[in-house]
Design a protein around this ligand. Structure first.
Ligand SMILES: Nc1ncnc2c1ncn2[C@@H]1O[C@H](COP(=O)(O)OP(=O)(O)OP(=O)(O)O)[C@@H](O)[C@H]1O
Ligand SMILES: [Mg+2]
Length: 328
């Protein structure tokens, strides 16, 4: 594992307020990390310290150089890996065009001159902003400005891309596109990403690892799968064709009896029926074989009671659950 960034007991105190408290975690090459937490939990403050915009009160932020050696971000150093940032809502000089801004930012960040124009063009096309290339930014919508913010973070072709609430102001359709672009940057180009958000669904589509932050403290940091295992949440959601209107309690008892060896009794009751969505939720031991056997039983022994349309172990549901179980 190559560590690109490492936070070592980092705290930030604003006056009497401890906004970030002894946070330690590392970002390895290729990671796709979600920094997830409610409003005011300290996400932006952490990112600002990684960007060197503010200094930690205690602790250190280390960043790798190109040879893989970690260096303190507060100390003068050269040859560091490239980090692209989008922090908060970007503000640009209003009276210049998108192209002029990107060109200025590219030059300021020492993007090789001969590559700059083609990189700007590629990114503007990727984000569907190319036709507004020469338009003044003051006429850009909120979502377009946000896209421009993400483009400026990607302009240096960063080794690690850090985006604070990248979906702000972007409509649902464009969100799907932006999400795909960010996911590809990680999955296809092998780049490292860290995304801050409180939007669980967005994050679950892109990230593999989660750093849960609450009231300035890191309360969990692991892959989604490991967190799932640790919190013992293995849930199978079965979508049923017709609503079960009567005898639900008896039916649930029968199903519980049949599925007994596979169920997770830490959750009470381990099988629940949701009238509004016509779903059966089954908490089980998480084993693949158990899942197969439970589905067999449900589709054969209970054929006369209900018919299954689909089943899933939705990641976004899972995350939501992790979130509510972890964050208090
Ligand atoms: N410069 C500052 N001076 C004083 N307090 C600050 C400062 N910056 C942040 N804070 C406080 O630190 C806490 C964490 O803020 P931060 O912006 O990091 O949260 P966040 O997790 O990014 O929230 P959001 O989801 O709303 O963006 C908040 O209570 C905020 O008021
Ligand atoms: Mg924030």
């Amino acid at each position: 594992m190559t560590e690109l960034i490492k936070l070592n007991k980092v705290s930030k105190i604003f006056g009497p307020f401890n906004a970030v408290n002894k946070v330690s975690f590392e970002i390895n090459k290729g990671d796709a990390i979600a920094l997830l937490g409610p409003n005011g939990s300290g996400k932006t403050t952490i990112v600002k310290m990684i960007a060197g915009l503010i200094k930690p009160t205690y602790g250190e932020v280390l960043i790798s150089n190109k040879k893989g050696k970690l260096q303190d971000i507060g100390k003068k150093s050269t040859n560091l890996i490239k980090v692209g940032f989008l922090i908060d809502i970007p503000s640009f000089y209003k009276s210049v065009s998108a192209y002029q801004i990107l060109r200025f930012l590219g030059r300021a960040q020492l993007v090789p001159k001969k590559e700059l124009d083609s990189r700007i063009e590629d990114l503007l096309r990727l984000f569907r902003l190319y036709k507004w290339r020469d338009e003044k930014v003051q006429y850009f919508s909120k979502g377009m400005k946000q896209k421009l913010g993400i483009i400026s973070a990607m302009l240096i072709d960063p080794d690690i891309l850090i985006l604070d609430e990248p979906q702000t102001g972007i409509d649902p359709k464009a969100r799907v596109e932006v999400r795909k672009i960010i996911a590809n940057f990680n999955k296809e180009k092998g780049k490292t990403i860290l995304i801050c958000s409180h939007m669980i669904h967005e994050l679950s589509q892109i990230c593999e690892k989660i750093a849960f932050i609450n009231r300035g403290e890191l309360i969990a940091y692991d892959t989604i799968e490991n967190l799932q295992r640790k919190l013992k949440i293995n849930e199978l959601t079965c979508q049923i064709l017709d609503p079960i209107s009567s005898g639900v309690d008896d039916l649930l008892k029968k199903i519980t009896k049949e599925l007994e060896p596979y169920l997770d009794y830490n959750i009470d009751p381990p099988i629940q029926y949701f009238y509004d969505t016509q779903q059966l939720r089954i908490y089980f031991d998480g084993k693949r074989k158990a899942k197969a056997e439970m589905l067999d039983i449900l589709t054969t022994k209970f054929k006369s009671n209900f018919r299954l349309i689909s089943y899933s172990q939705e990641r976004s549901n899972l995350l939501e659950q992790l979130y509510t179980e972890t964050i208090v």
